[in-house]
Design a binder for this molecule. Structure first.
Ligand code: ADP
Ligand code: ASP
Ligand code: MG
Length: 401
């Protein structure tokens, strides 16, 4: 049972979490609990580190931001003990949740759980601090924002749990973010693949890596509300879904920025020349478009990066200006990527056309398009985010009654 930030936001909420866990224990289940920091705490901690030094030491960043989960995991253990439940807190290093040394975005490599299994057998509830682990450098690591989801799935996989329940402030996975589309519909089931696309395309309800891991280790994953007592959304194999929707969801990501290099040479090696230095600087490039060379010699190259990499990307390109040979570097961070996702796309034509038509009817200009087997993404001006998501939600018949 994983509880996110709003679910442990204060002492009252932590008491409610303890009650919810106790119910599960009383029903005869062996339970492990993973908690996030109280909502807002991680943001505050990140801001403090940034305030001291915009480019701070990632090891110290981890020491700071991991503290939020230490507080809630101790408090949750106390709350459970108050209800007469045998509970014990576990920090990342105590388990240990072993990760690589990529501080700030570490990956879990191993969770030895003999000790945990012994405690399960003895009927003790383990309460884990989410988001944190320990690197091979013997220092605290964190798993990237939203990483408690991944802690929970990894622990569920390690102990061979029957299910991993992610309790949050919405009662499941919706056809789109319910906070921006009132007519969003809750899905009873969604496939791992669709959930993975939704998460990577901006739906922050589950961290991407948690879905990857659930898919790989076949962990039964449920997203549900910690505020209401009702079934949530199950993330399942495609075979478990009888009626496949053409499109099951719309996602958006504001974390995008667009760069265009004009008049680059249209000859072999140019793309490698541009994207090589960006990769070396650890800049992730997402959508890429290259036009044809109208004059037979030069063309424009447009691509997107995350807002966090935007300045670095521009710096790298300017620094390599002599080698790359382009006329202008045009950049724009007022963009949003809106995507439609659905496994039904594999076998149906006309899905993209419906998207383009719906956007055109609202007068929304499409700047870049990219597709994969089960998704279509477009880049549009940021001011159209809500309008575009709502229009697409209606166009694909996803609106609730
Ligand atoms: P927690 O703190 O519990 O981890 P998050 O804020 O990380 O919670 O994730 C839950 C939020 O995800 C919801 O409040 C909702 O606004 C957002 N969200 C975005 N897209 C979706 C979606 N398709 N379905 C459900 N929630 C979504
Ligand atoms: N507290 C961390 C964050 O806000 C991890 C999590 O909540 O999943 O990103
Ligand atoms: Mg989250």
């Amino acid at each position: 049972m994983k509880f996110g930030g709003t679910s442990v936001a204060n002492i009252e909420r932590i008491k409610a979490v303890a009650q919810r866990v106790k119910r599960e224990v009383d029903a005869g289940n062996e339970v492990a609990v993973v908690v996030s920091a109280m909502s807002g705490v991680t943001n505050q901690l990140v801001d403090w580190a940034k305030e001291l030094a915009p480019l701070h030491d990632a090891r110290e960043y981890d020491v700071v931001v991991a503290s939020g989960e230490q507080v809630t995991c101790g408090l949750t253990a106390i709350a459970l003990q108050e209800l007469g439940v045998d509970a014990r807190s576990w920090l990342g290093w105590q388990v240990p949740i072993k990760t690589d040394d990529a501080h700030g975005k570490a990956r879990i490599v191993d969770i030895p759980c003999d000790d945990l299994n012994r405690r399960f057998a003895a009927g003790q509830v383990a309460v884990f601090a989410g988001f944190q682990g320990i690197g091979s450098d013997n220092r605290v690591t964190t798993l990237g924002r939203g990483g408690s989801d991944t802690s929970a799935v990894a622990l569920a996989a390690a102990v061979g749990a029957d299910r991993c329940d992610i309790f949050t402030d919405v009662d499941g996975v919706y056809t789109t973010d319910p906070r921006i589309v009132a007519k969003a519909r809750k899905l009873d089931k969604i496939t791992y693949e669709e959930m993975l696309e939704m998460a990577s395309l901006g739906a922050k309800v589950l961290q991407i890596r948690s879905v990857e891991m659930a898919m790989k280790h076949r962990v039964r994953l449920q997203v549900l509300s910690s505020f209401e007592d009702k079934p949530g959304t199950m993330v399942v194999d495609e075979e478990e879904i009888m009626e496949k929707e053409l499109v099951s969801g719309i996602a958006y990501s504001r974390d995008e920025a667009k760069i265009t290099l004009t008049r680059v040479a249209d000859k072999p090696g140019v793309a490698a020349g541009i994207f090589g230095p960006l990769a070396d600087a650890n800049v992730n490039v997402d959508m890429i478009v290259q036009n044809i060379a109208e004059d037979g010699q030069t063309t424009d190259m447009t691509f997107t990066v995350s807002k966090g990499d935007f300045d670095r990307a521009k710096q790298v390109l300017e620094a390599n200006r002599d080698k790359l040979v382009f006329r202008d570097l045009i950049s724009d961070s007022n963009v949003v990527k809106v995507s439609v996702i659905g496994v039904g796309m594999r076998s149906h034509a006309g899905i993209a056309q419906r998207m383009f038509k719906a956007l055109a009817e609202k007068g929304i200009n499409i700047q870049v398009i990219s597709t994969s087997e089960i998704k279509i993404s477009v880049l549009v001006a940021e001011e159209y985010t809500e309008l575009a998501v709502r229009a697409l939600h209606t166009a694909y018949g996803l609106d609730s009654e």
